[in-house]
Unconditional design. Structure first.
Length: 277
């Protein structure tokens, strides 16, 4: 294999891509309830959810060190790195530092860092596209240009049961969180082209808000024939309901459902749904 795909651990693709596909993850860590959870193959979602439910403090996430990315570089292989949106995490900057160190130390392999401008399902989409192109033998430059173009037009949306962790970590305003908690409404949120979070709408229930999310997809004709990835936090049945609603009203070429990893679980919280296409 002539390529390697390195995703930070918010790249929710571990059920879709394997090391044999050239895919590996570099773990972030989660600090909650006096414990440190490493978001790697040892991650247990229910343990994290229980710790978050029992802690007064918001979970904190920590980026990997540049050395953790460097350890995954292999001379002679094209290396593609997929990170959380640079507007939401320092993971992109750390990966860029690793690339710079690699160059300073004489590394000559091709390395590109993709700022996903997304998270979770969006990162999974990017990793899948890289694999599709690289495994077909496309050149490094063609893969980079094609994937960057895809990122620029990718859509990410999500609906969460609870917005407290997003607010406490500075990802949304206190007013938005208080309004949703007081009125018990559910917000439909999305990613901007810069990779920040914006409000797209709201509903009185999860089902109503998810239906509004599907309605927005219907309005965007560019979804036709594309792949949809649905990431869920401990709610497979809800993800399947979204899939069924989408099948009735949209015309995707493929729909995939994945569980959230540790970092996505922190922000999606129990019952959250994230989609990307």
């Amino acid at each position: 294999m002539t390529y390697k795909i390195i995703g930070d651990s918010c790249t929710d693709a571990t059920t879709l891509l394997l090391p044999s596909d050239g895919f590996v993850q570099v773990p972030l860590s989660i600090h909650v309830g006096g414990k440190v959870i490493v978001d790697d193959e040892s991650f247990h979602q229910q343990t994290l959810l229980d710790l978050m439910a029992g802690s007064r403090e918001s979970p904190r996430t920590a980026c990997p060190a540049p050395s953790q990315y460097l350890e995954q570089f292999e001379e002679g292989k094209d290396t593609y790195i997929v990170t959380l949106s640079a507007a939401l995490s320092g993971s992109y900057n750390v990966a860029m530092q690793a690339r710079a160190i690699y160059r300073e130390e004489g590394g000559r392999g091709n390395v590109h860092v993709f700022n996903s401008r997304s998270a979770s399902a969006g990162q999974a989409q990017i990793a899948l596209l890289i694999h599709q192109l690289a495994s077909a033998g496309e050149s490094f430059q063609w893969v980079v240009e094609t994937v960057e173009a895809y990122i620029s037009r990718m859509h990410t949306m999500f609906v969460l049961e609870n917005l407290d962790n997003l607010r406490k970590n500075g990802r949304m305003t206190r007013v938005q969180s208080l309004v949703t908690g007081t009125l018990r409404v559910k917000l439909l949120m999305g990613g901007t082209r810069e990779g920040e979070i914006e409000k797209l709408g709201q509903g009185l229930s999860m089902r109503q808000t998810l239906a509004k999310m599907v309605g927005r997809i219907v309005e965007q004709a560019d979804h036709v024939g594309r792949r949809l990835v649905i990431a869920h936090c401990n709610c497979r049945e809800r993800a399947e309901q979204v899939r069924d609603m989408v099948r009735q009203r949209c015309d995707f070429g493929e729909i995939l459902i994945v569980p959230t990893g540790g970092i996505s679980t922190v922000y999606a919280s129990d019952g959250g749904i994230v989609i990307a296409y």
